[in-house]
Design a protein around this ligand. Sequence first.
Ligand SMILES: [Zn+2]
Ligand SMILES: [Zn+2]
Length: 300
Amino acid sequence: MIDVTLIGTGGMLPLPERWLTSLWVEYKGRACLVDCGEGTQIAINKHGLKLSRLDTLFITHLHADHVSGLAGLLLSLGNCGKTDTLKIYGHIGTADIIRQLCCICPVLPFEIEIHELPLDSIMRFDWNEIIISSMPLKHSIDCLGYSFVLNRKPVFNPQKAKALGVDVKYWKELHAGKSVVMDGQEITQEMVTDEQRKPLKLTYMTDTRYFDDMADFARDSDLLISEGMYGDDEYISKMLEKGHMVFSQSAKLALESASALLWLTHYSPALVNPNDYKESVQKIFADTVISRDGEKITLK
Ligand SMILES: [Zn+2]
Ligand SMILES: [Zn+2]
C-alpha cells in the first residue's frame, strides 16, 4: 500500500486557498516529497502528515515554485528532531543551487546527500523498495518527471495450502517466500499463492509541454499526476511556448498511457475555478480528478 497526498495544486505562486504543487508519498512508515515550493512544510503539517518520516526529496526543476521552500522545510525537519541523512535527488546542476539555498540554514542536525540525475536518459534507482525512474521533460528549463513502481509479492492462498495438505506450521515460511519439504515433497511458494499481481505505479509529470515519449513513461499508471495550467484549449499554443500543458492534453496523456486515474494539478493563479472544466475534460478521460490541496489516495 502506497499512501499518496497532493500537498498543493498551485503553479507559480501560493494563494490563500492553494499551496504550491508538491507530492507526498509514504510507504512502510517512510516518506518522500516531490518538490518543495514556498510554504510546503506548512501545508504538510496542515494535511496531518508526519514530517519526521521524510527521508528523501525529489526535485523536478529549479523554478522558484518548486524549490523556494527548501530552507523552511530543512529548518522544520531539524526542529522536529531529524538526525538521519536527508537524500535529495535532482537533475545535473541541482547540487550547486541546493547548496546555495542551504546557505541560509547552515546549521542542521542532519546531513544532506545530493544525487544528480541525467538529463539525456531515463534513470532507475531504489527508494524504500520502490523503483524510481526519472525522465527528462520539456519545460523552459531542465526538468525531470518521476515514476514510482512497487512490485508486489503474490498473495498466500490458504485454500491452496489446505488442498495440498500443507501443515499450518509451514505457512509462515511459505508466506515469506521459502520452500518447505513435507513428507519428502517440496512445496514451493508458487504452489500456495495466487497469480502474480500487477505492480503499483504512480507517475508525476510537471512542468512540461506535451511530447510523445510521455505516454510510454506513464504507461499503465494506477495514478498519473499531470499538470494543467489552464482548462481552456485556447491556451494550448501559449502553453506550448512556455513548456506547460492544458487540462485536455493531460487527459489525452492519461488515455494514451492507459492510466487508471488522472489527478490534475499546477493550476495557474489566473485559473480561479478549475472545476469549471471538469465536464469537458472528463469527456476525454472519464477518471479525471480536478485535484484539490490535500487530495489523498492509497494505492493497493
Ligand atoms: Zn511550476
Ligand atoms: Zn517551472
